[in-house]
Ligand binder design. Structure first.
Ligand code: PGA
Length: 248
């Protein structure tokens, strides 16, 4: 059976104090056994990763980053390398989040390079894919998602995706309060799994886009949805724990 995974993406939010409070709240809940079926992780802003790594030491909570350079070291002002993230104790790193693709011009080629670099440093990349509203309305959802994944398969082959997580995040559902229906999400998840052939059966595929405690149960109950990538709702400890509890 595939594992269940719930990852929080804090995006560019919070302060030292609020990050530390949120982590404490999560640790209290996790240590009390509130979440039993899912692995829980948080993708924290770079500047708070080190403090977060100290705070979660010895707990079941895993640490992730929200972005990474495709280069391992050198004259790349402002960038953070995969080996630096691994050194800090990161387990996961998001690559190709739609905000990186649309606001910071990351092409599928760059995303693939980041994916490869992350794996080479022992990180587990979380490859984010998803269609815009225009693409959905034009009937090209499956083709868009397939081409985003194909760019990575070209570099690593389908087997290379085994040490990774895929997150299907329809762009129109991110931060908008609009969630894909469980059926819409399941259709895409099933398609992604089929595109990956044999490896597809083993890969953890998360749904993301306005996941809340109230919608998580139905989404996670779909056969091909293995958990969630959660933005806004991961900033509230109680809500994020409740989403984790929805995984069975
Ligand atoms: P959201 O964000 O849950 O706030 O829609 C999800 C994401 O961007 O990963």
């Amino acid at each position: 059976m595939r594992r269940q995974l719930v990852i929080g993406n804090w995006k560019m939010n919070g302060s030292s104090a609020s990050s530390s409070n949120l982590l404490s709240e999560l640790l209290v809940g996790l240590n009390a056994g509130r979440v039993d079926a899912a692995e829980m992780a948080v993708c924290v802003p770079y500047v708070y990763l080190s403090a977060a790594a100290d705070a979660i030491k010895g707990s079941s909570l895993k640490l992730g980053a929200q972005n990474v350079s495709q280069f391992d070291s050198g004259a790349y002002t402002g960038e953070v390398s995969p080996s630096m993230l691994a050194d800090l104790g990161c387990h996961y790193v998001l690559v190709g989040h739609s905000e990186r693709r649309s606001l910071f011009g990351e092409s599928s080629q760059i995303v693939a390079e980041k994916f490869v670099a992350a794996q080479a440093s022992g990180l587990t990349p979380v490859l984010c894919v998803g269609e815009t509203l225009e693409e959905r309305e034009a009937g090209s959802t499956l083709a868009v998602v397939e081409s985003q994944i194909a760019a990575v398969i070209e570099s690593v082959g389908p087997e290379g995706l085994l040490n990774s997580v895929i997150a299907y995040e329809p762009v129109w559902a991110i931060g908008t309060g609009l969630t894909a229906t469980p059926e819409q999400a399941q259709e895409v998840h099933q398609y992604i799994r089929r595109c990956l052939g044999e490896a597809g059966e083993k890969i953890c595929i998360l749904y993301g886009g306005s996941v809340k405690a109230s919608s998580a149960g139905e989404l996670f109950a779909q056969a091909d949805i293995d958990g969630g990538l959660v933005g806004g709702a991961s900033l509230q400890g109680e809500e994020f724990l409740a989403i984790g509890q929805a995984a069975k």
